[in-house]
Design a protein. Structure first.
Length: 346
């Protein structure tokens, strides 16, 4: 039975071009900055993000952690969305390891935080308060349906940060999805951020790795932070080689994932017992719900899995499916059919 795995775009396997690049990569010791393939990847990433320097790290979680720890000292505060990945899904790393105080602001349905809410969260200089140091944005916004944040919104948060002397970090785990969905150059989305983290290992299909981009001074400090966390790697060109292929060959095809996500949402909308806001799907992530009382979300996941289609359960009624490289429009049609059968048999 063919398995159609829609749990995440992180399940993508490396392409044959990536495997070839890994086998033939020129290697060196990256802690000495002597791995030519890592240096090439970092140069390419910095150029794509419109920044001067870059640093390869092992994961998106480490990328955000390194950035927040580099921007803030103990006791300082970071403003971030209450549905942001860093707040919800990174094991509280910024406070556990950095003593940094997260100050959450409500995320709106489109992944933004209202500018007035961000401004209201910025602390006055008062001995009672932690010092606000950093604002974090997430683009695309995972928990807000993979919504891409626009250039205009990103610029307005950057202007607000500047006005208050704060830094801006962008969790751009899926920033290329945002750029493709908005039909804009990724640099437009990153230009106001002091640091950007993006993943090679999600829709771009590389097996491992995320990249941090910023000024040379920031990246030099981030390199120390990465070392503290035990993230200094040696012949990391093995990872970077696949990452270069990811950036050079896998970006434009993300449009196909977005088309398939839309197809999937439209298919789900036709199934009695499920509800989805198909019109809001703009990238590769589809959230949907089961009608309460009919079947629970985890029961639906189990039945679908028995029929070869994997999705994620996120609550009693809430589910998530993500399209990616290796999933075709035929697979989407098959997945919708499996879903229909699973709900009907309830
Ligand atoms: N997200 C994963 C899970 O952790 C939920 C997924 O399947 O979507 N930022 C954002 C916006 C992310 O979605 C993720 C991963 C990360 C950071 C962390 O990346 P990794 O998994 O490489 O540590």
């Amino acid at each position: 039975m063919k398995i159609i795995d829609l749990r995440s775009d992180t399940v993508t396997l490396p392409t044959s071009e990536m495997l070839n690049a890994i086998c033939t990569a020129e290697l060196g010791d990256d802690v000495f900055s002597e791995d030519p393939t890592v240096n090439r990847l970092e140069g390419l990433a910095a150029e794509r993000m419109g920044k001067e320097a870059a640093l390869l790290v092992v994961s998106g979680t480490m990328a955000n952690l390194v950035c927040v720890l580099t921007h803030c000292r103990r006791g300082e505060e970071v403003i971030l969305g209450d549905l942001s990945h860093t707040f919800l899904y990174e094991a509280g790393g910024v406070s556990a390891l950095g003593g940094i105080h997260p100050h959450t602001v409500g995320n709106q349905g489109d992944g933004t935080m209202a500018l007035e809410d961000i401004e209201a969260a910025i602390r006055q200089d008062n001995v009672h308060f932690p010092r606000t140091r950093l604002i974090c944005l997430e683009n695309t916004h995972n928990r807000c349906g993979g919504a891409p944040l626009t250039v205009e919104y990103s610029d307005s948060v950057a202007a607000l940060a500047k006005e208050h002397g704060l830094r801006l970090h962008l969790d751009g785990a899926r920033i290329f999805n945002a750029a493709v969905a908005l039909g804009t150059d990724v640099k437009e989305l990153t230009r106001g951020a002091d640091s950007v983290a993006f993943c090679l290992s999600k829709g771009l299909s590389a097996p491992v790795g995320s990249v941090i981009c910023g000024s040379p001074e920031f990246i030099a400090e981030a390199k120390r932070t990465r070392k503290v966390l035990g993230g200094g790697m040696r012949q990391a060109g093995i990872i970077a080689a696949a990452g270069i292929v990811a950036m050079e060959e896998m970006v434009d095809r993300l449009a196909e994932d977005h088309k398939n996500a839309k197809l999937l949402a439209e298919g789900i909308a036709e199934i009695e017992g499920l509800s989805v806001d198909a019109a809001s799907v703009q990238t590769d992530i589809v959230y949907f719900d089961v009608t309460p009382g009919r079947i629970t979300a985890d029961e639906l996941v189990r039945r679908m899995s028995d029929m070869g289609v994997k999705i994620l359960c996120l609550g009693p009624t809430r589910l998530r499916a993500v399209t990616h490289y290796g999933v075709t429009s035929e697979d989407i049609a098959a997945a919708v059919e499996v879903m229909r059968r699973a709900v009907r048999s309830a």
